[in-house]
Design a binder for this molecule. Structure first.
Ligand code: SF4
Length: 308
């Protein structure tokens, strides 16, 4: 049996479910029970009746699944699969900001640690950030963390002035505007689609801005077009599967690299072999202290309620 078959067998034997993010390598996406964005993955994690959740993504995603499922085993193929955006918001420093603004509602993007979630009032993803911000009464001030680019974009969309945390994702900050415009000239008429974690000057060029799931839906609605895609390049696999006839071109990064596109080194730490090993050995497991878990559960629950 090859690894794919072995994983499928083990999954059945152990009543496990594999949840994978769009940024995972294609062979992991192929073996997953569900491939999605942060919101979809949180929703699936909340409703699964599997005994084991293997989370093929990064640490904060698996942690979110554990917060929602304290009695289940949550496994992450590589514990070192972190996130630069989550790391840009240390809980002790964030706590000081929150304590200094007791009248503010704290809205936190899901890309953060369990400790930061525990300091928040509502979690959001890029799919629902606008809706979540609009759910807060207009006269109530908001702290938005940790992604400043998503925060600026939501400020623009909602007209709400928010206190923004100065965090960013290393992958979405490396797109080169000069190379993007040059690429567009080579492919006139193509549609530029971008994730809101990208910088403002990239978003200003975009025909569509949205979450990874939103970007896939946009491509599905315009199947015969050509697209320049500004987000982590792993999404191209699912996009191409969904819309085989679409021409997909990854947006170019500042640095010269072989594929001329952006890849998240954290996401790519997971491999099919590591996924197999972790399911076989039921290790490494994600643990969250019960005190933090209870506090972090409430803002996630609020998000899931508001996203129905
Ligand atoms: S793409 Fe950026 S935000 Fe997503 S996991 Fe990687 S570093 Fe974090």
């Amino acid at each position: 049996m090859d690894l794919h078959q072995k994983i499928t067998e083990l999954k059945k034997q152990k009543n496990a479910v594999i949840l994978a993010h769009y940024y995972q390598v294609p062979e992991i996406q192929e073996v997953a029970d569900y491939v999605g964005d942060s919101l979809g993955l949180s929703q699936k994690a909340a409703e699964t009746d599997a005994e084991i959740i293997v989370f093929a993504g990064v640490h904060f995603m698996a942690e979110t699944a554990k917060i929602l499922n304290p009695n289940k085993k949550v496994l992450l193929p590589d514990l070192m699969a972190g996130c630069s955006l989550a790391d840009s918001c240390p809980p002790d420093v964030f706590q000081k900001l929150v304590e200094a603004h007791p009248d503010h509602v704290v809205i936190t993007y899901v890309n953060c640690s369990a400790e930061v979630k525990a300091l928040s009032d509502i979690i959001c993803t890029s799919s629902n950030a606008e809706k979540i911000v609009n759910s807060v009464p207009k006269d109530v001030p908001i702290i938005f963390a940790p992604d400043k680019n998503l925060g600026k974009y939501i400020q623009k969309k909602t007209g709400r002035k928010m206190l923004l945390w100065d965090g960013a994702c290393i992958v979405h900050e490396v797109f080169s505007i000069d190379k993007l415009l040059k690429l567009y000239k080579e492919h006139p008429g193509s549609k530029i689609i971008a994730h809101p974690e990208s910088e403002s000057h990239i978003l200003e060029t975009a025909n569509y801005i949205g979450s990874t799931a939103g970007m896939i839906d946009y491509v599905k609605k315009h199947p015969s077009e050509k697209f320049i895609v500004a987000t982590e390049a792993g999404i191209l696999h699912k996009m191409q599967q969904e819309v085989p006839q679409a021409v997909l071109i990854p947006a170019p990064a500042e640095e010269d690299n072989t594929c001329a596109c952006s890849e998240c080194a954290f996401m790519k730490m997971n491999t099919l072999q590591k996924l197999y090993n972790c399911l076989l050995n039921e290790n490494p497991q994600i643990e969250v202290s019960e005190e933090i878990r209870k506090k972090a559960f409430l803002p996630i629950e609020r998000m899931l309620e508001l996203s129905k």
